[in-house]
Design a protein around this ligand. Sequence first.
Ligand code: G4P
Length: 528
Amino acid sequence: MKYNNEINKRKTFAIISHPDAGKTTLTEKFLLFGGAIQTAGAVKSNKIKKHATSDFMEIERQRGISVATSVMSFEYKGMLINLLDTPGHKDFAEDTYRTLTAVDSVILVVDSVNGVEAQTRRLMEVCRMRDTPVIVFINKMNRDGKNRFDLLEEIEKELNIALHPMTWPINSGKDFKGVYNLYDKNLVLFTANTKAADEDTISFDRLDVPALDEKLGEKDAATLREDIELVDGVHGELNVEDYLAGKVAPVFFGSAINNFGVREMLDTFIRIAPTPRSRETSTRHLDVEEDKFSGFIFKIHANLDPKHRDRIAFLRVCSGKFERNKYFHHVRLDKEVRFSNPYTFLARDKDVIDEAFPGDVVGLFDTGNFKIGDTLTEGEDFYFTGIPSFSPEIFKEVVNKDPMKTKQLEKGLLQLTDEGVAQLFTQYGGNKKIIGCVCELQFEVIQYRLLHEYWASVQFNALPFYKACWITSKDPKKLDEFTRFKHANIAEDKDGYLVYLAQSEWFLNTERTNNPDIEFHFTSEIHK
Ligand code: G4P
């Protein structure tokens, strides 16, 4: 209970979106509100150029900067907000998903023109698995977008979550006039590129007043009245408990580039988003208010430059106080470790910190001691649960081009996959090594790093699989039979758990139907 004051002022979240929906722009507006940056464009310049060549070195060049923006902390209305970046574009990797295990809530940005897109769907699946509270920001209302009702229906259906409009738009595109705030009961008129000034916000306790027609014109005022009656009738008041349980997502409409609708959302976020939450561990429920320190590693960032072989492990503090130079217990290695230069991530700089509290993310210099999911405590042995591995989507066989370097290759593969950007599988009953990733680019990175860091030269051969499903069964005999019968499609993950490599959804469904005693899982807990 010692640290309740610190806990209650923190909110740790991530913004997720499909590339180009406006995540960077929105992040920048948040940082401007929080005073963490002074000028527009400061975040933008850190972004990986969309038209960059597929050359991953270009991405790596940007990674040095992107590590600094991995976590952005800012203060707003007395709260300390930690915003964790979820990289998109070409550097989208499995660890993007895992960042979501380190946040307490998310803001999802949807482009009003394009609606829900693939990447969003996958990220939201992770949120659904964890019942993470979600706020939705429908961006680019200044462009001619989809019909607002259709859009809401699409999002609800695609993302499998109930929506609750908090603001309601008046038209879109060049006719976009602003939003009606259903919570504050006021009309916020759209002005491009300013923080909504007071004179642009007009309170309307009731909408059946002539003043509304004066402001919006008869037609738009009538449509708004109809819309609001419908929306109010269907949704009523937001039940914050439902939001916190991940059942209902409040929705805001706006235009990030014009800084419109952003403050309304941020103010609501501050009001309702959860402070750091308690977590489950392998042995017991861990209350966030416990005095003793605990935390886990959710991401490892390696430097590709062989001259600077340092890695940075990202630690999420889950309880108690993290302190510089204090010994903590590394559960997996059963070893006491301390950190003389832990750092915090501010929008511009990396600063060495002396202490950190639940919700905070600390960067630890690592020389190879950490794996994703590792836990640090003040002595107790447990792991945090709910940190999954997800099925990769592209699979390639590793072909060793230099048999003299077999040992180095094995070591390199183990270490690189410990960082969590790719998964390593071994063919069942054989020793063919298979790498699985969610993004093509990771293969280039792995090939380059194996050569430059481990002197191992490899080639990748594409394999015709689309998913790896972890298989289990209550009946060990049935599992054994299935494994032997389907051995060409079976592999073991790094911890020796069996996976079925499916060529297509059709194959997978067929196996499911034919083998009712076998369970197929798209995710696997790192600590079982
Ligand atoms: P991302 O991080 O999700 O990939 O998206 P980002 O913020 O970079 O936004 C993608 C593009 O959408 C950018 O344009 C950005 O200016 C634009 N954008 C963001 N918010 C809005 C909005 O409310 N309305 C409209 N119409 N556009 C918006 P770009 O041309 O790709 O980049 P830039 O030349 O503006 O830098």
